[in-house]
Design a protein around this ligand. Structure first.
Ligand code: COA
Length: 227
């Protein structure tokens, strides 16, 4: 197991025969954790593969190891990287991290202006999301698309979500907002420029002080020589 190597790539029609196994594992894992899941059918998973909106991981011998797919909401304004699953024998090898990095890159290239969000109760997913630049947000920051919230109906905690009028539930909401990231990057650049300018100004001031000091010294010496 130590030298286990994986192939992680955008899923295609070559991978549709894994769809049933993926869905079975999603359901079994959710049961084992006692948590909720937005249930998906093998046909739905196959469709994602055919659309180039899924990332799959397999071992070098062709055994299925992990999966994740892209969903879009509010006419592409919001993207969710959903259904992250790693087959139990291959957990804790950093595979979920690699899959999420790949699906995140795919989402950014397909939908560069979309906000990318996720709902999760899992610490591992929170860690991975946070490393990718997601931040925790309230549910009000997420899509209003009814189709997205409909997915929560198959979750064991749906009654809680309903009783909280969709403002809260057991899942933590996390969001990557490209517009906000762009603003933060610009602010960082401006601050760096300001710091550079401040340093230049300080150097220039001290040089000027040095010149003035030298001039006054020279004048003193000149006066001494004259006397
Ligand atoms: C959650 C899951 C995808 C993690 O897969 P994985 O390949 O084992 O994850 P990684 O090895 O990439 O670990 C990522 C990070 O999470 C941590 N982690 C992994 N499993 C964890 C767990 N059960 N509890 C807490 N932290 C965990 C790892 O230590 C690592 O942190 P680090 O980078 O600080 O070392 C996998 O356990 C799984 O498929 N679970 C069932 C389905 C599920 O929960 N999906 C998420 C739905 S939102």
């Amino acid at each position: 197991m130590e030298n286990m190597s994986f192939v992680v790539l955008v899923a295609t029609e070559q991978h549709i025969h894994y769809a049933q196994q993926i869905c079975d594992e999603m359901e079994a894992s959710a049961k084992a954790r006692g948590t909720g899941i937005a249930r998906r059918s093998p046909d739905y998973v196959k469709q994602k593969m055919l659309e180039g909106k899924a990332v799959i991981a397999c071992t070098s011998s062709g055994e299925w190891a992990g999966f994740c797919y892209i969903e879009t909401w509010s006419h592409g304004k919001y993207v969710a990287n959903s259904g992250l699953i790693v087959a139990p024998p291959f957990r804790k090898y950093g595979l979920a991290t690699t899959i999420k990095e790949n699906i995140f890159k795919l989402s950014r290239s397909k939908y560069p202006d979309a906000k990318i969000f996720g709902l999760t109760t899992g610490l591992a997913v929170m860690k991975i999301n946070s490393d990718l630049g997601y931040e925790p947000v309230t549910y009000s920051e997420l899509t209003n698309d009814e189709a997205f919230w409909k997915g929560c109906q198959s979750c064991v905690n749906f009654e809680i979500l309903k009783s909280k009028e969709r403002k809260n539930c057991l899942c933590t909401a996390m969001l990557y907002d490209p517009a906000q990231k762009k603003m933060e990057e610009q602010k960082k650049k401006d601050n760096e420029k300001m710091t550079r300018n401040k340093r230049l100004f300080e150097r220039w001031t001290s040089f000027k002080q040095y010149l003035l000091l030298r001039k006054s010294k020279m004048e003193k010496i000149k006066n001494l020589i004259t006397f």
